[in-house]
Ligand binder design. Structure first.
Ligand code: UDX
Length: 480
């Protein structure tokens, strides 16, 4: 069987990455977007966002003639056997769930111009029930008698690792309604499955109904967010109890039922997915009459917000700032903020804890100097009033406090002795627990992490512990 021809409708982060990687797997691919500037850039071999490894693959596949981009729905409809819908589903302005207007215009624009039976596959993260609605849209707008079908196949890309995540996914989820749709989706993933076979890996394929496929994505993100907030809640407890959350996370993570990933305490989660998906999921559960089932996600969100305020508190404590009812007053203190993106290896500053904390420091009077290896352009567009420095040293020079808020390798690898000579004060808040405590304290820095001991981990001296409240002996419990 020849490979089906694929289109990716919406060439933002998701669609562009998929289009390029599927061309790399040998498919003929057409990327569509209504944004002419984006299409022009991609056609010229320029990726309009930072994603390691993607530019090389883009240029290679453009040159090989397997990959093209267009702004024409008619051309897209004519080209593809399978159309992947990859447009954004932002949070609605009134905060009542996901805005599906881009999905609606993409599906309608495409369906109207279909000339033969095709499969339209939703990839965007959507509220459960959307695939049904998309099938109705297709039935309404596609020329009569074509029998175009819908399927849902969520993606699990992590920014910074997106190329690997597309070529070597952890699983493929296929929400389908017919054998034909299942066969088509299987043909669309043959490249991925063949690659796995050559590398002697297995990629599990879960074939299911629409609603389950849609829920898999939001459930996965809700679980990841909960895991991060769990460890951040533990960080709060560790701080109160004199314990160390990093060591705690390592110890519990050794249990394979828990696992060690996504247990890094710090300033909390951000980005274009987890925070928005969490809120949209709660809104949808309310509509379905099961809001109570997801009430805990509200707490997950609150813990996440608190993680940001805890960084500010750490900063105020180190600087010994006066704190009023409106919060600490940093009174013109020069603060170096290292990191603006929501995580390293990305230029994305959407809902970034680092940038939100930098803005809050500035709003509380601090003279904030920000440096980020990749996110400066995006950060400056969102917060033009912050001062952006061209390098790490320029940000640290003359600062009384350094806040590390994104765990870029450049920051973890920086020499604290050298930075100590540049800074006006050796105070550091490690908002991502990514610095070597021993090295920084040995270089004379007063260090505060997030639920982490301020001395080297090998220091086994007893630490001050708030005494436990003695409980009366329970004589009914047998000894031993
Ligand atoms: C996430 C999901 O991981 C991905 O499967 C989905 O498709 C999209 O959303 P991404 O937004 O790229 O991907 O970021 P991710 O790597 O999940 O990190 C999210 C946030 O959590 C970041 O701000 C990160 O700093 C934070 N995080 C992550 C922690 O604070 N602690 C951790 O242990 C892990």
């Amino acid at each position: 069987m020849t490979l089906p021809r694929l289109t990716f409708v919406g060439t933002g982060y998701l669609g562009a990455t998929y289009a390029v990687c599927f061309a790399e797997l040998g498919y003929e691919v057409l990327g569509f977007d209504v944004d002419t500037a984006k299409i022009a850039a991609l056609s010229d071999g320029v990726v309009p966002f930072h994603e390691p490894g993607l530019g090389v693959l883009l240029r290679r596949n453009l040159a090989a003639g397997r990959l093209r981009f267009t702004t024409s729905y008619a051309e897209t409809a004519d080209f593809g056997d399978i159309h992947f819908v990859c447009v954004g589903t932002p949070q609605r302005a009134d905060d009542t769930g996901a805005d599906l207007s881009y999905v609606e215009s993409a599906v309608t624009g495409l369906a109207r111009r279909l000339t033969r039976k095709a499969l339209i596959v939703g990839k965007s993260t959507v509220p459960v029930g959307t695939a049904e609605w998309v099938q109705r849209l297709v039935d309404k707008h596609a020329p009569a008698g074509l029998g175009a079908e819908v399927a849902w196949s969520p993606e699990f890309l992590q920014e910074g690792f997106a190329v690997q995540d597309v070529l070597r996914p952890t699983r493929i989820v296929a929400g389908v309604r017919s054998d034909w749709a299942a066969t088509m989706l299987s043909a669309a993933h043959r490249g991925v499955l063949d690659l796995a076979a050559r590398e002697q890996r297995e990629v599990p394929v879960v074939v299911t109904d629409f609603a389950t496929a849609e829920l898999v994505k939001v459930a996965a993100n809700a679980f990841l967010a909960t895991k991060i907030s769990f460890i951040n809640a533990m960080a709060e407890v560790c701080e109160a109890a004199g314990a160390d959350v990093d060591q705690l996370a390592r110890a519990i993570g050794h249990d394979p039922r828990i696992g060690s990933r996504f247990l890094r305490a710090g300033a909390g989660f951000g980005g274009g997915c987890l925070p928005k998906d969490l809120r949209a999921f709660q809104a949808r559960a309310q509509e379905l009459g099961v809001g109570e089932s997801l009430r805990f996600l509200h707490e997950v969100d609150l813990i996440n917000q608190r993680s940001r305020s805890r960084v500010l508190r750490r900063a105020a404590e180190l600087l010994d700032c006066p704190t009023g009812p409106a919060g600490p007053d940093f009174g013109n203190t020069r603060v170096a903020v290292l990191g603006a993106t929501f995580k390293p290896h990305s230029d994305d500053v959407r809902d970034s804890p680092a940038l939100a904390i930098a803005a809050a420091l500035s709003a509380s009077g601090a003279d904030v100097h920000v440096y980020d290896p990749e996110g400066m352009g995006n950060a400056a567009r969102v917060h033009p009033n912050l001062i952006f420095e061209p390098g790490l040293e320029e940000a640290v020079r003359g600062s009384e406090l350094v806040c590390v808020l994104t765990e870029w390798p450049e920051f973890s690898a920086a020499d604290p002795v050298h930075l100590g000579r540049l800074a006006a004060g050796r105070l550091v808040v490690d908002g991502r627990n990514c610095l070597d405590v021993a090295a920084w304290t040995a270089a004379g820095w007063r260090y505060r992490g997030m639920g982490r001991h301020a001395e080297p981990a090998t220091d086994l001296r007893p630490r001050p512990v708030r005494p436990a409240i003695p409980r009366p002996a329970n004589r009914s419990v047998a000894a031993g």
